[in-house]
Design a protein around this ligand. Structure first.
Ligand SMILES: [Mg+2]
Length: 304
């Protein structure tokens, strides 16, 4: 294969595959939160070969710029390459080229009320700043994340207390909310918001956000370029990531989903679900190591 510096991207109207990638887990390490150089190189090589690479993350556009876009540009992103990033579970999106990021789009209808966000910021500063921090880069969601230095078990215990305080705060703001099996409607019996505890953060968001919304935006972004993939591969490390493949399958797109952290068990789905075991790797190959193995596998299949 020629090096990215000397080749130009080769866009295809009907590429054999398009990749729709959760970031935390399959691309960025959930431990260090940064991205292995080999993953950056293979994402770039796939994009140059004409395979659409689209990120579908709960992260902010700032996180994607710093952890993914800047390393890809630094590694030598050829002219003609365009990468789409759907952030904040579909509420925010932008595209980037070797020249950097294009305009950031925000669906303001899906944003959390600012006064509530301010109260969460205050709650974190006053009671929880030893274990977690308020993510100032989010535009539509409110996310409060574990400090890397804190042990996961300590964080998860503190997160229970924090989430309970958030539910109280939402009630005071008159916001109807669901958290896991707990439902607390507003005075109009509506639930417009969700508190989503993950292993490294608590996300507070519109119930309309999700990886399915991100998948629909991904299809729209490619359609605007005149690109119709023959098949999709979605990759994630959480149950909620299956919503990407669910949406694509229900909308008649060929899709297989890769689960890089199958310890929770593989749900029964009407499409194929792949794990590192399907590449002949052992059960210890998870997270970004499994993500890296699949990217390498697809790159070999495409470029021979
Ligand atoms: Mg993830």
């Amino acid at each position: 294969m020629t090096s990215p510096e000397t080749s130009a991207a080769r866009p295809m109207k009907t590429p054999p595959l398009a990749l729709l990638l959760d970031v935390d887990g399959p691309v960025a390490s959930p431990v260090t939160r940064d991205v292995q150089p080999a993953i950056i190189a293979d994402l770039l090589a796939l994009a140059v070969a004409g395979i659409p690479v689209i990120f579908n993350t709960g992260r902010s556009d700032t996180f994607i710029r710093e952890q993914v876009m800047e390393p890809m540009i630094a590694a030598g992103m050829p002219a003609g390459t365009i990468i789409h990033a759907i952030c904040e579970k579909g509420a925010v999106w932008f595209s980037y080229t070797p020249a950097g990021p294009g305009p950031v789009h925000v669906d303001e209808e899906l944003a959390i009320p600012g006064s509530f966000g301010d109260d969460v910021r205050r709650l974190v500063a006053e009671d929880y700043s030893a274990h977690m921090f308020f993510d100032e880069t989010k535009r539509a969601m409110v996310s409060v994340e574990q400090h890397i230095a804190i042990a996961s078990s300590d964080y998860l215990a503190e997160q229970e207390l924090f989430d309970a305080d958030v539910l109280d705060l939402m009630a005071r703001h008159g916001l109807g909310v669901v958290r896991l099996d707990h439902h607390a409607p507003d005075s109009d019996a509506r639930i417009d918001y969700r508190v989503d505890p993950t292993i490294i953060s608590t996300d507070i968001e519109s119930v309309r956000l999700g990886k399915d919304l991100g998948a629909s935006r991904a299809v729209e972004l490619l359609a605007a370029q005149g690109i119709t993939p023959q098949a999709w591969r979605t990759v994630g490390d959480s149950r909620t990531d299956y919503a990407m493949a669910d949406w694509l399958h229900h909308n008649d797109h060929a899709v297989k989903h890769v689960d890089v952290r199958p310890a929770d068990g593989i749900p029964v789905k009407p499409y194929e679900v792949l794990t590192a075991a399907d590449l002949g790797l052992d059960g210890d190959t998870i997270h970004d190591d499994a993500g890296a193995a699949f990217l390498r596998h697809w790159l070999k299949a495409i470029t021979g």
